[in-house]
Design a protein around this ligand. Structure first.
Ligand SMILES: [Zn+2]
Length: 104
């Protein structure tokens, strides 16, 4: 499963806004509405207590075809658009950490 970092404080705030918007309607009475508001507030509190992950924005790059011409042969290689490192094979990530998807 992919991890998708989000702003937990913003998420908690959205839950609190939802809690305030719950009112008595034809689908719930005041006791049920209070329980739903309480559940949203509890979820907001829990969201704020989740551990913080180390996170760095993903850098995107692409392999740029490059060739070295020697007297007897030509060597094809690929140069990282972010750091200039060269590799003989297109890897999904460069050693500099760039995701080599061309910015997709
Ligand atoms: Zn690189």
């Amino acid at each position: 499963m992919d991890v998708r970092p989000i702003d937990a404080n913003l998420f908690a705030k959205s839950l609190e806004i939802e809690a305030r918007s719950v009112g008595v309607s034809w689908v719930c009475d005041r006791h049920e509405a209070a329980a739903i508001r309480g559940a949203f507030k509890m979820a907001a509190t829990n969201a704020r207590q989740f551990p913080t992950l180390d996170y760095a924005p993903v850098r995107h790059g692409e392999w740029i075809e490059d060739e070295l011409e020697y007297p007897e042969e030509v060597v094809f290689r690929y140069k990282c658009s972010e750091c200039g490192r060269t590799e003989l094979v297109k890897e999904p990530y460069c050693h500099c950490g760039a995701k080599m998807d061309g910015g997709k």
